[in-house]
Design a protein around this ligand. Structure first.
Ligand code: AMP
Length: 446
């Protein structure tokens, strides 16, 4: 062994103590070293500690919690019918499907079974699958509750529970369902909660359902990945169509995600790109699960170079090789900008994020710049500078300041249809959204 290698011994997967079938699977994935979140979460979970983790997608957090689960369950014999041993809760169907894909890859050399339970598809096949029992179940909350009500599944055999993207669960009004689900879990289970941000409601949830968790944080959400080349182009709304066609036809564009604020906008932009001769697909909450999956498959296999998406539809989606993110419209919530651009520059690669900014979006741009603590490089000056948009942020604070949510029936605060069913629980309203609501932000109907 070389000296240098000895010096960094603790950063290899082998030294984390993961079992051999997992190490082989990681090698097959081409992973050489654990990412920072993995180096911290894997040992904590292997020591059977509860974990409260702050990490965005793109940090390797999925492997951070799935590897110790697989390690723990290997060689335990088959699960009883209608039970699962590990339960992973995810806010969206896409994220649930993606987590299962990862579980399958990491557990490829084991006999462990996995299944996904999400809304938007028929319940029958899921019921038949659950009847046999499953080692690792990945679920969205609404459909999982349906199955529990119908006694297709019980949670009494769960050894490990994971709540992924907890802050998005909060945005979607899923927290009451999460609390109901957690109350059905055995008291002596292990629990991990992962969230990109840690608002008070999530801290409270953790305090209620985690036992002396180890707190682990990497890459706070208000600091976008340094590897992303971020810029803004100022233009009238009417000029965006041609500008976008120009950007995505660039020879440096491997795969691009284009973000719009609304579902209708996503369809329109995708159609315009097709007209301009660029193969593209759109995903948003109005599409059926099958349509969304087909679109993602086309994007993954390269038959569509561009994916046009609304914020919620794209959240958590992990597709490698996304070279460009284009903000066709600015998000009403500045934090969404960080999530959007995080689709590129994943797993150590570089990426480009271009924001197309119309004059009536300048205030939204300034809010984003305030959040990330710096100005975006502008390729040209804004045509006009409305008073509301004028002062640039000298403010370097690292976290956005949050205000108590305004009591809100304002449709601009609604972000998306949840994964399974119409929202029933309380919903968080971000400060910045309410600040924008009556000023510059166009209606948001994602
Ligand atoms: P996640 O944050 O879980 O969405 O993961 C982001 C991306 O990083 C995924 O494409 C993973 O396959 C990849 N990834 C996870 N762990 C590692 C690792 N240790 N080395 C390289 N890539 C990784």
């Amino acid at each position: 062994m070389r000296l240098g290698a000895r010096k960094y011994r603790l950063t290899t997967f082998t030294d984390l103590g993961l079992s051999e079938p997992i190490l082989r699977a990681l090698e097959a994935q081409g992973y050489k070293n654990p990412t920072p979140i993995q180096a911290k979460v894997v040992p904590a979970m292997m020591a059977e500690r509860d974990v409260l983790g702050t990490a965005q997608t793109g940090t390797g957090k999925t492997a951070a919690f799935t590897l110790p689960i697989i390690h723990r369950l290997i060689g335990k014999g088959r699960p009883e019918p209608k039970t699962c041993r590990a339960l992973i809760l995810a806010p969206t169907r896409e994220l649930a499907a993606q987590i299962e894909e990862n579980v399958r890859a990491y557990a490829a050399n084991t006999r462990l079974s996995s299944a996904v339970v999400v809304g938007g598809v028929k319940a029958g096949p899921q019921e038949r699958r659950l009847a046999r029992g499953v080692d690792i179940l990945i679920a969205t909350p609404g459909r999982l509750e349906d199955h529990l009500r119908n006694r297709v599944l019980t949670l009494g055999a769960v050894e490990v529970a994971v709540l992924d993207e907890a802050d998005q669960m909060l945005d979607l009004g899923f927290i009451p369902a999460i609390r109901r689900l957690f109350r059905q879990l055995p008291a002596d289970r292990q629990t991990a909660l992962l969230s990109a941000t840690m608002p008070p409601e999530i801290r409270k949830l953790a305090a209620d359902f985690l036992a002396e968790p180890e707190e682990i944080a990497v890459a706070p959400v208000s600091r976008p990945v340094e590897a992303i080349d971020q810029s803004v182009r100022h233009m009238d709304a009417g000029a965006k169509r041609d500008a976008l066609a120009g950007i995505v036809s660039g020879s440096d564009v491997e795969r691009a995600i284009v973000f719009t604020r609304t579902k209708r906008g996503a369809d329109r932009v995708s159609k315009n790109l097709e007209t301009a001769g660029c193969a593209s697909v759109a995903i948003h909450g109005n599409k059926s699960q099958n349509q969304r999956q087909r679109a993602l498959d086309a994007f993954r296999d390269g038959s569509a170079k561009v994916l046009v998406a609304t914020d919620i539809a794209a959240r958590g989606i992990d597709i490698s090789g996304i070279s460009h993110v284009v903000n066709y419209e600015l998000p009403n919530v500045p934090e969404a900008y960080v999530h959007r651009i995080g689709r590129t520059a994943r797993a150590g690669r570089s990426g480009v994020a271009v924001t197309l900014c119309a004059p009536d979006e300048l205030k939204l741009l300034r809010d984003i710049e305030r959040l990330i603590g710096r100005r975006l490089a502008a390729e040209n000056a804004p045509a006009s500078t409305p008073e509301s948009a004028a002062p640039a942020p000298a403010d370097k604070r690292s976290r956005p300041r949050r205000r108590k949510p305004a009591a809100s029936s304002n449709p601009q605060h609604r972000r998306s249809a949840p994964a399974d069913r119409p929202r029933t629980g309380p919903r968080r309203t971000k400060t910045s959204t309410s600040r924008h609501a009556s000023t510059t932000a166009p209606q948001q109907t994602i």
